[in-house]
Write a protein that binds this ligand. Sequence first.
Ligand SMILES: Nc1ncnc2c1ncn2[C@@H]1O[C@H](COP(=O)(O)OP(=O)(O)O)[C@@H](O)[C@H]1O
Ligand SMILES: [Mg+2]
Length: 273
Amino acid sequence: MEEEKAKQEVQIGNSKVNVVHPSIFNVVKQRQRIKEKLSGIKHKIGVYSAKGGVGKTTVAVNIAFTLKDMGYKVGLLDADIDCPNLHLFLNIKDAGEPEYPLKPLEKEGVKVISTAMFVDEAKRPIIWRGPMVAKMLSEFLEMTEWGNLDYLVIDCSPGTSDSNLSIMQLLELDGYVIVTTPQHIAATNAIRSGMMAKRLGAPIIGVVENMSDGEGRGAKEVAEALMCDYLGTVKSDGKFNAMSDSGRVPVSEDSEIKEEFIRITKKLVSGGD
Ligand SMILES: Nc1ncnc2c1ncn2[C@@H]1O[C@H](COP(=O)(O)OP(=O)(O)O)[C@@H](O)[C@H]1O
Ligand SMILES: [Mg+2]
């Protein structure tokens, strides 16, 4: 009996993995390969909410550029595989035929990569079932050559399945910045996101209230439910739409927005308050 059990197990790092469940085996192997590939990255931070349209991409981009302005080496990864937007926010066009390993493009000192950069017709919808999304994301993580970075900021997709599950399983993140708006519905979905991360062992660094009226109701609701830090608020401002539509980064151009993001990013760097 013991002998039979031993035959089913393989030593991976410090743990024994049962190869009778090959999916678990693959995840462990993949996780190790990705860990080696990303070994030059000091900190990995996800920007996440289960709700779409709350400003995940906006917050990820502006935190990344604020970190770069603080003197850190920064990368930005678009993990929204089926509806990537990051390249649009940064006005990055088709990067041409992919060469392996994949090399991120550099935008004003920040390394950026998105699957959308390698898809010819970016407007064509990617209609994939969950396993395809997960496979694409894991291959993308394995194939990208980031080099040495202080921070990799990951712009997550909405929802609590597929690509977010893969990120939580495959990456050892420092933690998540959860994004909400003042709206109770957004806060409820932000709490769901944080609960999922916690269940899968990923820490929550803190919560940002975007499109805020300054009172921070949504962020307080989330911070209380997830027992995490309140990193700050970003006011609702029409400049965000105008700038992102033309591929400009708000913190690089607007001093008020820059101040908001410096406050948030300083707390993030120090691990919250
Ligand atoms: N603070 C803000 N004030 C006004 N508009 C904003 C703000 N933050 C984001 N937006 C706009 O809201 C829309 C959704 O933001 P986005 O970052 O794409 O959200 P998500 O990534 O969560 O789907 C975008 O058009 C963006 O320009
Ligand atoms: Mg987005």
